[in-house]
Each structure stands twice: as structure tokens, then as C-alpha cells.
Design a protein around this ligand. Structure first.
Ligand SMILES: Cc1cc2nc3c(=O)[nH]c(=O)nc-3n(C[C@H](O)[C@H](O)[C@H](O)COP(=O)(O)OP(=O)(O)OC[C@H]3O[C@@H](n4cnc5c(N)ncnc54)[C@H](O)[C@@H]3O)c2cc1C
Length: 207
């Protein structure tokens, strides 16, 4: 088995390392101290293809493999854990389910803008009473005509206060426990009733 990195993998690793050293590392401590979301850094990461590393180019991504994704995320995270988490949530928690399970229309509407770095995605699973055991979640989704009405509250949602779209987990059939949970793509800018609650104080990953 060959463990050598390919030229493409070395290239993205090198690109991410140089970008992180130059643009992120010098401001990382300040970002964490002030809890400021690094909008300008996130925009540049999007332009470099880091918000949709494994997503095919036809959906706005960089069309690279998972080794490339991990190599680039290590470099970003070495400079700033917050930037690494912002990146991993977009790539893994938001892009992946939309790419894997979304319809063609959903991919064009909701994956392309996040994978291309135009806006951020997030993933809403955790609740105050259902962290390690998400099957206990109390958020529900009930059909209402052509729409679904989602009621509930999520916590610790990375990018939750800055993202445009969210993949939200909600129970559609309580009697089925974890098997009755579905995921919904929610446009946070166009959903009546959505609001951001308290941004928690943590020991790190504050930006
Ligand atoms: C920086 C950060 C980013 C996050 N981003 C997201 C996000 O983007 N989206 C999202 O949905 N969630 C997110 N989370 C939430 C994260 O997934 C939850 O914190 C995690 O699932 C644990 O849930 P909890 O905090 O409620 O802890 P709890 O479930 O209350 O667990 C507390 C402790 O008890 C232990 N424990 C729990 N149950 C048992 C058991 N049955 N037996 C033995 N030990 C047990 C756990 O291992 C843990 O040590 C984030 C959290 C952090 C800290």
C-alpha cells in the first residue's frame, strides 16, 4: 500500500498551511479573546475552496478527496481551532448530508452557495436535554399543507448565529424513537420564528 501523498494533496496542504500562517495565525488569539466571527477569513477560505473540499465542482465545491480535506483542515486548525470548526461543520455536517441525501434541486439551491463559500451552513442536532443521546430530542416537525412546521430549540450550534442554511434534526414520529427523526434544510434568513439565543461562554473555540 502506498502512503505517499499525491501532488494534488501536497498542493492543497501547502496552500492551506501558507494561508493559515499568513492570514489566520496572527489574529487567532485576538479572535478567541473577543469572540469575533472572522468573516473576512471565512470568505477567503471559501474562495480557496476550503468550504466544499470534497463536493464536486458542479455543486460549487473543489472536487477533491477526503485526504485533501483532512490535510487542509489540520493546517487551518493548527492556526485557529475556531476556523477549523467553522470549516469542518460546513464540509462534514452541512455539505455532506445535503450532497448525499438531497435532491438535485436542493443541491443547486442549498449546497452550491455553501460549498462555494458564498455563505455558511450549520447543523442543528444537539438540544439542552439531548446531547449525547439525540434520540431524546424534543424538537418536532409536523406537516402543514405543503410545508413542515418545526418547533424546538437547539444548543451549541457551530455557525448557528452566522449561517444562512441549517440542516435541522427533528422528530416526525415520536413513537419510533430515533427511527422517527428526519433532517430538514432550513433557510435561516427566510424562516419566520427562527431566532438565535445565547452564545455560550466556552473555554475556547470562541470565534
Ligand atoms: C465546540 C462545540 C461545537 C459544537 N457544535 C455542534 C453543532 O454544530 N451542532 C450540534 O448539533 N451540536 C454541536 N455541539 C454539541 C455536541 O455535539 C454536544 O455537546 C455533545 O453531543 C454532548 O452533549 P452534551 O453537551 O449535552 O453533554 P451530555 O450529553 O450532557 O454529556 C455530558 C457528559 O456525560 C457523559 N455521558 C452522557 N451520557 C452518558 C451515559 N449514558 N453513560 C455515561 N456517560 C454519559 C458524556 O460522555 C459527557 O462526558 C457542539 C459542542 C461543542 C462543545
Amino acid at each position: 500500500m502506498l502512503f505517499e501523498l499525491t501532488d494534488e494533496q501536497k498542493m492543497i496542504q501547502d496552500m492551506a498551511r501558507k494561508f493559515a500562517e499568513r492570514e489566520i495565525k496572527p489574529v487567532a488569539a485576538e479572535l478567541d479573546r473577543t469572540h469575533r466571527h472572522p468573516e473576512e477569513i471565512v470568505r477567503q477560505m471559501g474562495e480557496l475552496g476550503l468550504m466544499g473540499v470534497t463536493i464536486p465542482e458542479e455543486y460549487g465545491g473543489a472536487g477533491m478527496d477526503y485526504i485533501s480535506y483532512v490535510l487542509s483542515m489540520i493546517e487551518i486548525s493548527k492556526a485557529c481551532a475556531s476556523c477549523g470548526v467553522i470549516m469542518s461543520v460546513c464540509n462534514s455536517l452541512y455539505n455532506f448530508p445535503v450532497y448525499k441525501y438531497g435532491t438535485e434541486e436542493q443541491k443547486q439551491l442549498y449546497l452550491r452557495p455553501v460549498a462555494s463559500g458564498e455563505c455558511l451552513g450549520c447543523y442543528g442536532l444537539t438540544e439542552a436535554g439531548a446531547g449525547s443521546d439525540p434520540a431524546k430530542m424534543s424538537t418536532t416537525a409536523v406537516p402543514d399543507g405543503n410545508e413542515w412546521v418545526i418547533n424546538g430549540s437547539k444548543k451549541f450550534i457551530t455557525n448557528g448565529n452566522v449561517a444562512r442554511f441549517c440542516v435541522v434534526a427533528a422528530s416526525t414520529d415520536k413513537s419510533q424513537g430515533y427511527k422517527g427523526i428526519s433532517s430538514f434544510i432550513v433557510d435561516l434568513h427566510n424562516t419566520p420564528g427562527f431566532h438565535v439565543g445565547t452564545v455560550e461562554e466556552k473555554l475556547g473555540i470562541n470565534a
